[in-house]
Design a protein around this ligand. Structure first.
Ligand code: GLU
Length: 449
């Protein structure tokens, strides 16, 4: 690591001891861009790394809502507008009990580089609340979303900050959030939020985008290895929107998803999660709010392994699509022992830093980083913003073709950047370098502030 990076990371550790997830992601990104930072001594003079690790703005607010029994509930809402150098702040909202400032800052920092990778003009942001939508009635979710937006609306706008969904925020929540924004603003500014329903400016392929994009990226990796998806076996973590999109596309392209996990354990389906009926059932599982993958095992009479993750199983491809730090050192050792060839991160930061470094050292294993692999979601959000500005709706084929083309470009540019700095086929470093360089160029050009 360059001395400058080392110093900045140490200063951040001293300054933010209560923000482990945030420190983890800064360390992960900064430790892989040393060759770029060493080649640009002017960055240190401009305190570029210090500025990049400080959000432009953090908004924290009270969200008060009344549940069906008449009880008054209080949650905390957040929006971290991390970096606006490349475009309007852009990134999702996460509703989950695990949400806190450290998590939102980590996601906002990651988002900045991910959005830069998409090639579209978008800055990085993230937000959310410690509200848990699981087990809440429709009316409660609506009241919560309305209360949340009543505070947030004054900070966002189609050219200012454009939220979207993330864990716990899907089409239903986006509808309620946009409705409240429209009511408060008194204007149909639908470019203010993405992931909308098709009847009010949503984009075709947006629900599928993250999972499809991840699969297209994986295709580029396989192509690089002279390989294809045909007949490959896959283990996936999660059964939410991202996993659903990935399973749909992987199956279409000839792969077989044998394992899928949830917070309660994992399932093994020897025939693959491959029929329309099975894949559609994932949507039902999500809508039910149970948050249990065991429901799948019961429905299709397959094996359920309670309280465990599928990382000890032998497959060709592993795709953690659930949440952060799903794969730690213990899980990584199992993955290495089984000689898994393709480790494709899909969820945001699903691997702890020590596990990631360990996996990167495994001979014959290819590791792909989430900020590149899952960029298809926010990319199609960017395309939704384009359509909203044009007041036009593109066809599914147009959106899908653009998604495919950009995912390939992200892979190819990352591979080329790593190669250029003598790092070989290191997709993790390559993605960090490409994302960082774009944000760095924009910040350096815009002066010191
Ligand atoms: N939450 C998604 C992400 O992590 C999508 C964000 C967006 O569409 O703005 O990239």
């Amino acid at each position: 690591m360059s001395k400058y990076i080392d110093r900045v990371v140490k200063e951040l550790q001293a300054k933010h001891p209560t923000e482990p997830e945030f420190l983890q992601t800064v360390e992960e990104v900064y430790s892989s861009i040393a060759p770029v930072v060493d080649a640009h001594p002017e960055y240190e003079k401009a305190a570029l790394l210090e500025r990049m690790a400080e959000p432009e703005r953090v908004i924290e607010f009270r969200v008060t809502w009344v549940d069906d029994k008449g009880k008054v509930n209080v949650n905390t809402g957040y929006r971290v507008q991390f970096n606006g150098a490349c475009g309007p702040y852009k990134g999702g909202l996460r509703f989950a009990p695990s949400v806190n400032l450290s998590v939102v800052k980590f996601l906002g920092f990651e988002q900045t580089f991910k959005d830069a990778l998409t090639t579209l003009p978008m800055g990085g942001a993230k937000g959310g609340s410690d509200f848990d939508p699981n087990g809440k009635s429709d009316a409660e979710v609506m009241r919560f979303c309305q209360a949340f937006m009543t505070e947030l609306y004054r900070h966002i706008g189609p050219d200012i900050d454009v939220p979207a969904g993330d864990v716990g925020v899907g089409a239903r929540e986006i509808g309620y959030l946009y409705g409240q924004y429209r009511r408060l603003r008194g204007a149909f500014e639908n470019g203010v939020i993405t992931g909308k329903g098709l009847s009010f400016g949503g984009s075709l392929i947006r629900p599928e985008a993250t999972g499809f994009g991840a699969t297209y990226y994986l295709q580029s990796v396989l192509e690089h290895e002279g390989d294809t998806l045909e007949g490959k076996t896959v283990a996936i973590a999660g059964f939410g929107n991202v996993a659903w999109g990935a399973i749909t596309k992987l199956t279409e392209l000839g792969a077989k998803v044998l394992y899928m996990s949830g917070p309660d354990g994992y399932v093994y389906d020897p025939d693959g999660i491959s029929t329309k009926k099975k894949i559609n059932y994932l949507l039902e599982m999500r809508a039910s709010g149970h948050n249990k993958v065991e429901d799948y095992a019961k429905k299709f009479k397959v094996k359920f392994v309670k309280g465990k993750k599928p990382w000890g199983e032998k497959v060709d491809i592993m795709m953690p699509c659930a949440t952060q730090n799903d794969v730690d050192m213990e899980e990584a050792k199992k993955i290495a022992k089984n000689k898994i060839k393709y480790y494709i991160e899909v969820a945001n930061m699903p691997t702890t830093n020590d596990a990631l470094q360990f996996l990167l050292k495994q001979k014959g294993m290819i590791v792909a980083p989430s900020k590149a692999v899952n960029a298809g979601g926010v990319l199609v959000s960017g395309l939704e913003m384009c359509q909203n500005s044009e007041r036009l709706a593109w066809t599914a084929e147009e959106v899908d073709a653009k998604l495919h083309q950009v995912m390939k470009k992200i892979h190819d540019d990352s591979a080329a950047a790593a190669e250029r700095y003598g790092l070989g086929y290191n997709l993790v470093a390559g993605a960090n370098i490409v994302g960082f360089q774009k944000v760095a160029d924009a910040m350096m050009a815009q002066g010191i502030f």
